[in-house]
Ligand binder design. Structure first.
Ligand SMILES: [Zn+2]
Length: 509
């Protein structure tokens, strides 16, 4: 699951989340992009406690709820109206627009006369759990574009091969932020600063920051609501408070007044991410409110110096692609999910759960004949911005893309109540399969604060179905551990996905 710190009101959510993902997808990879379409000024990713929420469709008739219908106002340019605070206290339990964060649909009662077809959910749950425990024990963490990710890819490829799938590892390059030296470090604390040493401050570049190293005296300039006197921060690093006006305006004002770098601190607890609307001439980074308060004390001492470094390095990442060709080469169904984790976390739910569920499905259907190609794609570097799925799609011709009749995505589906989010046809089929099998599954109308690889396919016009579960509270934290995973929801996702595969021939063309 890729976290975004923008909280939007339904039904705008998905359209904007997708737009943000698209807009930000090249962010680390191409920070010097020459232009971006106007996007919410604070569109950003945030690490820390998840702020992802889902909003269930309340009616049992999914046709009645179509995400994206309707017109709404843009967020305030500086993002103050968008509740962010991932990692902040105000985050818990928020659900914009009156939805509830917990799917409320009761378990569907099995339709009389419909027997479950195929492997049962309990057996699939046990297999997924076995895959998950081994993956977690041997290959966690597996941060994006690292050696650990590479070893995990080999491990997964070997399993798919052993199941009889034609398997390749598809390498690609990504840009990752250089953190050694740290993005922001205090090089001189000043005479009167009696603070405990904190040489490295957790900071992240704004999108369209310059890539450069710059240092100097730290100068607090507040909200920068007006122009600064010419030369007033010449050669200095401007310490700026977030709020009221766009980052773009603040940064251009301090740049015009001679600043060599800009550090923007949050106006509410926690870190945030942001984007500028034009390429900055100086490095611009964001920090938490707490770090901002510390730096404010240093700046007040008068002679503190900091150095800001914004640099990206190319790293190799990879997807694992495993397929079983079908009778009709012009149709393919992709079952995908990312296998990378954020740094230093176990990633049992995000996304060990999805990877393990994919393996359980691959094993269960390895000898089934479908009238279409079944292709499993385990994506790398999702956590950097859906990089793996974007690369995978970029390697396909438009004709090849059109052969993909459906994309089923599996991400963070191991904790909470099982749900699906996706295109009407596929989501209805999933509910119908669950209903026929007596499995508890609800359809989500919205996903707020996060995204996943389905979004790359959705942007390409592919029908999609995203399997998830309602509790994202521990993803991207050390608490994302095996003991929080509910086997049963893994089995539900696997069984429903197989049921949907069985019904795809009757869908659409
Ligand atoms: Zn994630």
């Amino acid at each position: 699951m890729r976290l975004l710190n923008v909280r939007l009101r339904p039904p705008l959510v998905l359209a904007l989340v997708v737009a943000i993902v698209v807009a930000c997808a090249g962010s680390p990879a191409a920070p010097a992009a020459t232009s971006v379409s106007p996007s919410p000024a604070n569109a950003a990713s945030v690490s820390g406690t998840s702020g992802v929420t889902v909003t269930p469709v309340e009616t049992r008739n999914p046709e009645a709820e179509r995400p994206g219908a309707g017109v709404q106002t843009a967020q305030p340019a500086d993002g103050r109206g968008a509740t962010t605070a991932i990692g902040g206290r105000s985050d818990t339990g928020e659900s914009a627009g009156g939805g509830t964060p917990t799917p409320s649909a009761g378990p569907p009662s099995p339709a009389p006369g419909l027997a479950q077809d195929g492997p049962n959910a309990d057996a699939l749950a046990q297999r997924a759990w076995a895959f998950l425990t081994e993956l977690t024990a041997e290959h966690s963490p597996r941060a994006s574009a690292t050696e650990q990710e590479a070893r995990a890819a080999e491990y997964l490829a070997a399993i798919y091969r052993s199941l009889g799938y034609q398997t390749t590892i598809q390498p690609f390059e990504v840009s990752v932020l250089v953190t050694d030296p740290p993005v922001l470090r205090v090089t001189h604390k000043g005479e009167s600063a009696n603070l405990t040493p904190a040489p490295a401050v957790d900071a992240q570049p704004l999108r369209l920051s310059a890539q450069a190293t710059a240092g100097g005296l730290l100068s607090h300039v507040g909200l920068v609501l007006g122009d600064l006197p010419a030369g007033s921060v010449a050669g200095k690093v401007a310490l700026i408070e977030r709020g009221l006006i766009p980052f773009e305006l603040k940064v251009s004002r301090v740049t015009n007044a001679g600043a060599v770098a800009a550090v923007i601190y949050n106006n509410e607890p926690g870190q945030f991410g942001g984007t500028l609307t034009t390429q900055a001439r100086i490095p611009v980074v964001s920090i938490s409110q707490e770090a901002g308060q510390e730096l404010f004390k240093l700046a007040s001492a008068g002679d503190a110096e900091v150095v800001v470094t914004v640099a990206y390095a190319r790293r190799q990442s990879r997807n694992v692609v495993a397929e079983r060709p079908g009778a009709n080469p012009s149709r393919a169904v992709i079952l995908g999910g990312h296998f990378d984790t954020v740094s230093d976390v176990p990633g049992a739910n995000d996304n060990g759960s999805g990877v393990a569920t994919l393996l359980a499905i691959a094993e269960a259907i390895k000898e089934r004949d479908y009238p279409f190609t079944v292709r499993f794609v385990d994506f790398g570097s999702e956590e950097l911005g859906l990089e793996g799925s974007q690369h995978y799609l970029a390697t396909l011709s438009s004709e090849e893309r059109r052969t993909i009749v459906a994309m089923l995505n599996f991400d963070a589906l191991g904790s909470g109540a099982a749900g699906v989010y996706g295109t009407d046809d596929l989501a209805n089929q999933a509910l119908s399969v669950a209903n026929a099998s007596g499995l508890r599954l609800s359809r989500e109308a919205n996903i707020q604060g996060g995204s996943s690889d389905f979004a790359s396919f959705e942007a390409a016009g592919t029908p999609f179905l995203f399997f998830l579960a309602s509790d994202f509270s521990r993803i991207h934290t050390l608490g994302d551990t095996l003991d929080r995973i509910d086997q049963e929801v893994l089995g539900t996702a696997a069984a429903v996905a197989i049921g949907v595969l069985d019904r795809i021939p009757s869908l659409g063309s």
